[in-house]
Design a protein around this ligand. Structure first.
Ligand code: GTP
Length: 273
Protein backbone atom coordinates (compact mmCIF):
# COMPACT_ATOMS: atom_id res chain seq x y z
CA UNK A 1 0.00 0.00 0.00
CA UNK A 2 1.27 3.47 -0.90
CA UNK A 3 1.97 5.72 2.07
CA UNK A 4 0.30 9.14 2.09
CA UNK A 5 2.86 11.77 1.10
CA UNK A 6 3.62 14.11 4.04
CA UNK A 7 1.52 17.26 3.88
CA UNK A 8 3.59 20.31 3.09
CA UNK A 9 2.91 23.39 5.16
CA UNK A 10 1.42 25.98 2.84
CA UNK A 11 3.71 28.99 2.54
CA UNK A 12 2.20 32.17 1.23
CA UNK A 13 4.22 34.35 -1.06
CA UNK A 14 5.62 37.46 0.54
CA UNK A 15 3.96 40.63 -0.60
CA UNK A 16 5.75 43.67 -1.97
CA UNK A 17 3.99 46.97 -1.46
CA UNK A 18 4.61 50.67 -1.91
CA UNK A 19 3.48 53.25 0.61
CA UNK A 20 4.00 57.00 0.65
CA UNK A 21 3.67 59.69 3.30
CA UNK A 22 1.91 62.97 2.62
CA UNK A 23 1.18 66.13 4.59
CA UNK A 24 2.56 69.61 5.27
CA UNK A 25 6.17 70.21 6.26
CA UNK A 26 7.01 69.58 9.93
CA UNK A 27 3.86 67.64 10.82
CA UNK A 28 6.00 64.62 11.76
CA UNK A 29 5.91 62.25 8.74
CA UNK A 30 9.57 61.23 8.98
CA UNK A 31 9.36 60.85 12.76
CA UNK A 32 6.31 58.55 12.52
CA UNK A 33 8.15 56.28 10.09
CA UNK A 34 11.34 56.35 12.21
CA UNK A 35 9.40 55.59 15.38
CA UNK A 36 7.93 52.44 13.82
CA UNK A 37 10.97 51.23 11.86
CA UNK A 38 13.79 52.28 14.20
CA UNK A 39 11.93 52.63 17.53
CA UNK A 40 13.39 56.07 18.15
CA UNK A 41 12.39 59.73 18.12
CA UNK A 42 14.42 62.58 16.69
CA UNK A 43 13.52 65.89 18.38
CA UNK A 44 15.60 68.01 16.01
CA UNK A 45 13.83 69.04 12.80
CA UNK A 46 15.69 67.98 9.68
CA UNK A 47 13.58 68.84 6.65
CA UNK A 48 13.22 66.04 4.13
CA UNK A 49 14.89 67.06 0.90
CA UNK A 50 12.64 65.82 -1.91
CA UNK A 51 12.11 62.18 -0.95
CA UNK A 52 13.51 59.76 1.60
CA UNK A 53 13.34 56.14 0.58
CA UNK A 54 13.56 53.01 2.69
CA UNK A 55 12.72 49.31 2.53
CA UNK A 56 11.46 47.38 5.49
CA UNK A 57 10.18 43.86 6.11
CA UNK A 58 7.21 43.30 8.39
CA UNK A 59 5.22 40.29 9.51
CA UNK A 60 1.47 40.88 9.58
CA UNK A 61 -1.04 38.06 10.22
CA UNK A 62 1.58 35.38 9.38
CA UNK A 63 2.34 37.15 6.16
CA UNK A 64 5.67 38.66 5.28
CA UNK A 65 5.47 42.01 3.54
CA UNK A 66 8.28 43.99 2.00
CA UNK A 67 7.40 47.62 2.25
CA UNK A 68 8.94 50.29 0.06
CA UNK A 69 8.37 53.54 1.93
CA UNK A 70 8.65 56.86 0.16
CA UNK A 71 8.67 59.65 2.71
CA UNK A 72 7.74 62.81 0.83
CA UNK A 73 8.92 66.28 1.68
CA UNK A 74 5.97 68.43 2.74
CA UNK A 75 7.41 71.75 1.66
CA UNK A 76 5.76 73.17 -1.50
CA UNK A 77 9.27 73.79 -2.89
CA UNK A 78 9.63 70.02 -3.51
CA UNK A 79 6.49 69.56 -5.56
CA UNK A 80 8.48 68.86 -8.76
CA UNK A 81 10.41 66.09 -7.00
CA UNK A 82 7.57 64.32 -5.25
CA UNK A 83 5.07 64.38 -8.14
CA UNK A 84 6.98 61.48 -9.75
CA UNK A 85 6.24 59.21 -6.81
CA UNK A 86 2.47 59.05 -6.55
CA UNK A 87 2.04 56.21 -9.07
CA UNK A 88 1.61 52.50 -8.17
CA UNK A 89 0.95 53.17 -4.52
CA UNK A 90 -1.09 50.79 -2.34
CA UNK A 91 -1.11 52.88 0.82
CA UNK A 92 -0.87 56.51 1.89
CA UNK A 93 -0.02 57.82 5.36
CA UNK A 94 -1.65 61.23 5.47
CA UNK A 95 -0.38 63.28 8.40
CA UNK A 96 -1.39 66.52 10.10
CA UNK A 97 -0.32 68.19 13.33
CA UNK A 98 -3.22 68.48 15.80
CA UNK A 99 -1.79 71.80 16.99
CA UNK A 100 -1.71 73.32 13.52
CA UNK A 101 -5.12 73.84 11.97
CA UNK A 102 -3.58 74.81 8.59
CA UNK A 103 -1.99 71.37 8.32
CA UNK A 104 -5.44 69.78 8.80
CA UNK A 105 -7.08 72.17 6.34
CA UNK A 106 -4.36 71.29 3.83
CA UNK A 107 -5.35 67.60 3.66
CA UNK A 108 -7.79 68.24 0.82
CA UNK A 109 -5.05 69.95 -1.19
CA UNK A 110 -2.78 66.92 -0.67
CA UNK A 111 -5.47 64.61 -2.01
CA UNK A 112 -5.99 66.98 -4.95
CA UNK A 113 -2.26 66.97 -5.73
CA UNK A 114 -2.17 63.18 -5.73
CA UNK A 115 -5.31 62.95 -7.87
CA UNK A 116 -3.87 65.36 -10.39
CA UNK A 117 -0.60 63.45 -10.63
CA UNK A 118 -2.36 60.09 -11.05
CA UNK A 119 -4.30 61.56 -13.96
CA UNK A 120 -7.73 60.59 -15.28
CA UNK A 121 -6.98 56.84 -15.16
CA UNK A 122 -5.61 56.80 -11.62
CA UNK A 123 -7.99 55.34 -9.08
CA UNK A 124 -7.83 56.79 -5.59
CA UNK A 125 -10.63 54.44 -4.50
CA UNK A 126 -8.30 51.47 -4.48
CA UNK A 127 -5.63 52.88 -2.24
CA UNK A 128 -5.65 52.48 1.55
CA UNK A 129 -5.41 55.86 3.27
CA UNK A 130 -4.62 56.24 6.94
CA UNK A 131 -4.91 59.66 8.54
CA UNK A 132 -2.53 60.35 11.42
CA UNK A 133 -3.55 63.13 13.77
CA UNK A 134 0.00 63.57 15.07
CA UNK A 135 1.68 65.28 18.04
CA UNK A 136 -1.13 64.39 20.46
CA UNK A 137 1.45 64.68 23.26
CA UNK A 138 1.26 68.48 22.82
CA UNK A 139 -2.12 68.71 24.57
CA UNK A 140 -1.86 72.43 25.42
CA UNK A 141 -1.73 73.54 21.81
CA UNK A 142 -4.33 71.22 20.33
CA UNK A 143 -6.52 73.03 17.78
CA UNK A 144 -8.13 70.13 15.86
CA UNK A 145 -10.11 67.79 18.08
CA UNK A 146 -10.53 64.06 17.57
CA UNK A 147 -14.09 64.14 16.28
CA UNK A 148 -13.26 66.73 13.60
CA UNK A 149 -10.30 64.70 12.32
CA UNK A 150 -12.13 61.40 12.54
CA UNK A 151 -15.13 62.79 10.68
CA UNK A 152 -12.91 64.08 7.86
CA UNK A 153 -11.18 60.70 7.56
CA UNK A 154 -14.06 58.29 8.05
CA UNK A 155 -16.46 60.19 5.77
CA UNK A 156 -13.94 59.44 2.99
CA UNK A 157 -13.55 55.79 3.95
CA UNK A 158 -10.05 56.41 5.39
CA UNK A 159 -8.58 54.92 8.56
CA UNK A 160 -7.96 57.38 11.40
CA UNK A 161 -5.42 57.23 14.23
CA UNK A 162 -4.30 59.63 16.93
CA UNK A 163 -0.52 59.40 17.13
CA UNK A 164 2.55 60.74 18.80
CA UNK A 165 5.89 59.97 17.23
CA UNK A 166 7.45 61.39 20.38
CA UNK A 167 5.85 58.99 22.90
CA UNK A 168 5.03 56.24 20.39
CA UNK A 169 1.31 56.36 21.22
CA UNK A 170 -0.87 54.94 18.45
CA UNK A 171 2.06 54.26 16.09
CA UNK A 172 2.25 50.44 16.18
CA UNK A 173 -1.50 50.08 16.14
CA UNK A 174 -1.73 52.46 13.18
CA UNK A 175 0.87 50.60 11.10
CA UNK A 176 -0.57 47.15 11.94
CA UNK A 177 -4.08 48.18 10.90
CA UNK A 178 -2.79 50.03 7.83
CA UNK A 179 -0.69 47.08 6.58
CA UNK A 180 -3.48 44.67 7.38
CA UNK A 181 -5.89 46.71 5.24
CA UNK A 182 -3.34 46.74 2.40
CA UNK A 183 -3.07 42.93 2.58
CA UNK A 184 -6.87 42.73 2.30
CA UNK A 185 -6.73 45.07 -0.68
CA UNK A 186 -4.04 42.98 -2.44
CA UNK A 187 -5.88 39.72 -1.66
CA UNK A 188 -8.96 41.27 -3.21
CA UNK A 189 -7.23 41.83 -6.56
CA UNK A 190 -6.17 45.41 -5.80
CA UNK A 191 -9.70 46.58 -5.01
CA UNK A 192 -10.82 47.89 -1.65
CA UNK A 193 -12.91 45.05 -0.10
CA UNK A 194 -16.61 45.98 0.17
CA UNK A 195 -16.56 45.46 3.96
CA UNK A 196 -14.09 48.31 4.44
CA UNK A 197 -16.04 50.82 2.38
CA UNK A 198 -19.15 51.38 4.53
CA UNK A 199 -18.72 54.14 7.11
CA UNK A 200 -21.96 53.81 9.07
CA UNK A 201 -23.10 57.38 8.43
CA UNK A 202 -24.19 59.42 5.45
CA UNK A 203 -22.54 62.29 3.62
CA UNK A 204 -25.55 64.45 4.56
CA UNK A 205 -24.86 63.77 8.25
CA UNK A 206 -21.13 64.47 7.88
CA UNK A 207 -21.81 67.72 5.98
CA UNK A 208 -24.37 68.87 8.57
CA UNK A 209 -21.90 68.29 11.45
CA UNK A 210 -19.17 70.21 9.61
CA UNK A 211 -21.56 73.08 8.84
CA UNK A 212 -22.74 73.25 12.47
CA UNK A 213 -19.15 73.31 13.72
CA UNK A 214 -18.24 76.18 11.44
CA UNK A 215 -21.42 78.22 11.94
CA UNK A 216 -21.00 81.79 13.15
CA UNK A 217 -24.23 82.10 15.21
CA UNK A 218 -27.46 80.28 16.14
CA UNK A 219 -29.26 81.35 12.93
CA UNK A 220 -26.43 80.05 10.83
CA UNK A 221 -26.33 76.85 12.86
CA UNK A 222 -29.95 76.04 12.06
CA UNK A 223 -29.52 77.22 8.47
CA UNK A 224 -32.20 79.93 8.69
CA UNK A 225 -31.99 83.63 7.85
CA UNK A 226 -31.69 86.10 10.78
CA UNK A 227 -35.24 87.21 11.62
CA UNK A 228 -36.83 83.85 10.69
CA UNK A 229 -40.20 83.00 12.31
CA UNK A 230 -40.79 80.48 15.12
CA UNK A 231 -42.21 78.06 12.57
CA UNK A 232 -39.15 78.33 10.34
CA UNK A 233 -36.81 77.83 13.31
CA UNK A 234 -38.79 74.80 14.52
CA UNK A 235 -38.91 73.27 11.07
CA UNK A 236 -35.14 73.66 10.56
CA UNK A 237 -34.51 72.31 14.07
CA UNK A 238 -36.68 69.21 13.52
CA UNK A 239 -34.89 68.37 10.29
CA UNK A 240 -31.45 68.55 11.93
CA UNK A 241 -32.62 66.77 15.09
CA UNK A 242 -33.87 63.80 13.04
CA UNK A 243 -30.67 63.73 10.98
CA UNK A 244 -28.31 63.90 13.96
CA UNK A 245 -30.22 62.24 16.78
CA UNK A 246 -27.73 60.16 18.82
CA UNK A 247 -29.95 57.06 18.43
CA UNK A 248 -29.64 57.29 14.64
CA UNK A 249 -26.34 58.98 13.89
CA UNK A 250 -22.95 57.45 14.67
CA UNK A 251 -20.83 60.03 12.85
CA UNK A 252 -17.95 61.44 14.94
CA UNK A 253 -19.04 64.69 16.58
CA UNK A 254 -22.76 64.04 16.12
CA UNK A 255 -23.53 64.21 19.83
CA UNK A 256 -21.97 67.66 20.21
CA UNK A 257 -23.63 68.84 17.01
CA UNK A 258 -27.01 67.61 18.24
CA UNK A 259 -26.56 69.44 21.58
CA UNK A 260 -25.49 72.60 19.76
CA UNK A 261 -28.63 72.47 17.59
CA UNK A 262 -30.88 72.06 20.66
CA UNK A 263 -29.17 75.06 22.33
CA UNK A 264 -29.40 77.17 19.17
CA UNK A 265 -33.14 76.58 18.93
CA UNK A 266 -33.67 77.42 22.63
CA UNK A 267 -31.65 80.64 22.26
CA UNK A 268 -33.53 81.75 19.15
CA UNK A 269 -37.01 80.93 20.45
CA UNK A 270 -36.36 82.99 23.61
CA UNK A 271 -36.10 86.09 21.44
CA UNK A 272 -38.80 85.44 18.86
CA UNK A 273 -42.34 86.49 19.68
N1 GTP B 1 6.04 66.89 20.25
C1 GTP B 1 6.12 66.20 19.13
N2 GTP B 1 6.97 66.59 18.17
C2 GTP B 1 7.02 65.83 17.04
C3 GTP B 1 6.21 64.69 16.83
N3 GTP B 1 6.48 64.20 15.62
C4 GTP B 1 7.42 64.99 15.08
N4 GTP B 1 7.76 65.99 15.93
C5 GTP B 1 8.73 67.06 15.71
O1 GTP B 1 8.27 67.86 14.62
C6 GTP B 1 9.34 68.27 13.79
C7 GTP B 1 9.10 67.82 12.37
O2 GTP B 1 9.13 66.41 12.27
P1 GTP B 1 9.45 65.65 10.89
O3 GTP B 1 9.13 64.22 11.10
O4 GTP B 1 10.80 65.97 10.41
O5 GTP B 1 8.37 66.35 9.95
P2 GTP B 1 8.02 66.04 8.42
O6 GTP B 1 6.55 66.06 8.31
O7 GTP B 1 8.72 64.81 7.96
O8 GTP B 1 8.63 67.36 7.72
P3 GTP B 1 9.16 67.54 6.19
O9 GTP B 1 10.29 66.58 6.03
O10 GTP B 1 9.61 68.96 6.11
O11 GTP B 1 8.03 67.25 5.27
C8 GTP B 1 10.60 67.68 14.41
O12 GTP B 1 11.21 68.66 15.23
C9 GTP B 1 10.09 66.53 15.27
O13 GTP B 1 10.92 66.27 16.37
C10 GTP B 1 5.31 64.31 17.88
O14 GTP B 1 4.55 63.35 17.82
N5 GTP B 1 5.31 65.11 19.00
Amino acid sequence: MEANPPKRKETRKSLRIKVISMGNAEVGKSCIIKRYCEKRFVPKYLATIGIDYGVTKVQIRDREIKVNIFDMAGHPFFYEVRNEFYKDTQGVILVYDVGQKESFDALDAWLAEMKQELGPHGNMENIVFVVCANKIDCTKHRSVDESEGRLWAESRGFLYFETSAQTGEGINEMFQTFYSAIIDLCDNGGKRPPSSVGVGFTKEQADAIRRIRNSKDSWDMLGVKPGATRDEVNKAYRKLAVLLHPDKCVAPGSEDAFKAVVNARTTLLKNIK
